[in-house]
Ligand binder design. Structure first.
Ligand SMILES: NC(=O)c1ccc[n+]([C@@H]2O[C@H](COP(=O)([O-])OP(=O)(O)OC[C@H]3O[C@@H](n4cnc5c(N)ncnc54)[C@H](O)[C@@H]3O)[C@@H](O)[C@H]2O)c1
Length: 394
């Protein structure tokens, strides 16, 4: 049970755009966080969001920073503004939880961690999808030794970008955007959660189109410049000795490949179609596995159908889009005096990995990754029940 102090963890939202809806919906389910104010660059947009979600105050960002009643800033701005907003929030004495990517410049990431440490504040960061039922199930299979010692990982997502579904997709093609920084955090964070930190990478990338056309919403038909590479391949080496390969692309019209697989000495875990863009939200979905006892390599001729895979039981809940779960965990972390699971340290490590992958085609050879982070602890199986009990009690 949470005490009254933790129940009233007061959050000020900055960035009232598209992703804010799912956060506000998730947070509204659990009473231990109160979103007490919302702000963006556009006061009309903030007022509309405040009305829609019953938020007491709509204002400009400066009022969030200067409000002594606010404990934490929820930073849902565009990537190029993440560091500036997070630093401002910490400077004002507030915890901060931000959307991904953590930053767009590695030095800013270190500045955020240093400032938070100096002020005794917590930093949390999306993605928090690894706290969802699907990845928690993967982690329990690994921790139970079902596939033995992990040896490798493979992740592939091929999409044709965001211009067909996002009304203002410019930031996906500006500095701080691109498939690696946009989608990479989901996959790399899940990898670090499952396999631990990454020590070295290699990469290749290309930009297939120099400009792209918005194909939905009020700006339909408008062209945008593309400032970043939009097809990225990488090789990854983990501190544990496991190795991996990853493809993140905005240049692929279609693919049968989308999947995430983890290989172990005694089996394989397969997470089919983990694509966060086209609806298969990666908080949820099937986790399949085969072991040396059930592998198709034991059969001649080999059966290859999906029905031959075993489906893992999901024990954790959060089997729907639950963005905001990382912030709920941060609110508890403040009370319990521990680090949040979706931590700034984890996000900084993942950003350094992506930064190194981006550097590799220019600088050649393998790029070392110097930051390290602990594998986040799994979410307790009763976490959702405990949150619900708090909500009912208040
Ligand atoms: N849209 C999605 O499907 C999606 C999914 C997952 C993650 N994200 C991430 O969420 C973040 C926001 O994405 P979105 O789609 O909601 O963007 P959006 O363009 O719809 O909204 C961005 C919001 O940030 C505000 N903003 C921009 N710069 C600001 C600044 N300097 N100070 C204060 N406010 C500022 C804007 O006024 C707007 O309210 C991005 O980092 C994105 O990568 C988006």
């Amino acid at each position: 049970m949470l005490d009254d102090k933790a129940k009233s963890f007061r959050v000020g939202l900055i960035g009232c755009g598209r992703i804010s809806d799912i956060y506000l919906k998730t947070l509204a389910e659990f009473h231990e966080i109160d979103v007490v104010a919302c702000a963006s660059l556009d006061l009309d947009e903030s007022r509309a969001k405040a009305t829609q979600y019953d938020i007491p105050k709509a204002c400009l960002p400066d009022e969030i920073f200067s409000d002594p009643e606010i404990d934490c800033v929820l930073n849902l701005t565009v990537p190029s503004a993440h560091a500036q907003v997070s630093l401002h929030a910490l400077d004002a004495g507030k915890h901060v939880y931000s959307e991904k990517p953590f930053v767009t410049d590695l030095a800013d990431g270190q500045k955020i961690l240093d400032l938070a440490a100096c002020k005794g504040l917590l930093v949390g960061n999306a993605p928090d999808t690894f706290l969802g039922g699907r990845w928690q199930t993967v982690r329990s299979l690994l921790d139970d030794g079902v596939i033995g010692k992990p040896t490798g990982v493979f992740a592939h997502v091929g999409t044709h970008g965001t211009e067909r579904h996002h009304p203002n997709p410019d930031f996906y093609y500006a500095r701080g955007g691109g498939p690696l920084l946009d989608l990479g955090p989901y996959y790399l964070t899940a990898m670090v959660f499952c396999l631990g930190p990454i020590v070295r990478v290699a990469g290749l990338s290309r930009r297939t189109f120099d400009r792209r056309k918005i194909e939905n919403g009020p700006r339909n038909g408008e062209w945008m410049p593309v400032e970043v590479d939009t097809h990225s391949l990488s090789l990854l080496e983990f501190e544990s000795g496991a190795i991996g390969d990853m493809t993140m692309s905005f240049d692929v019209w279609d693919s049968e490949t989308p999947r995430f697989e983890i290989y172990g000495e005694d089996g394989t875990i397969c997470i089919p179609d983990p694509d966060p863009v086209h609806g298969a939200n990666i908080f949820q979905g099937e986790v399949l596995y085969r072991t040396k006892q059930t592998a198709r390599w034991t059969h001649q001729p080999r059966p290859s159908g999906r029905q031959d895979w075993q489906v893992a039981t999901n024990r954790h809940g959060f089997n729907e889009d639950s963005r905001g779960l990382g912030l709920l965990d941060l609110a508890r972390a403040v009370k319990e005096g521990r680090a949040p699971r979706a931590s700034g340290m984890l996000a900084h490590h993942v950003f350094e990995v992506m930064n190194a992958i981006e550097r590799a085609p220019r600088e050649g050879a393998y790029q070392r990754v110097v930051s390290r982070c602990e594998r986040p602890l799994p979410l307790p199986e009763n976490f959702k029940r405990a949150l619900k009990e708090t909500s009912h009690a208040s």
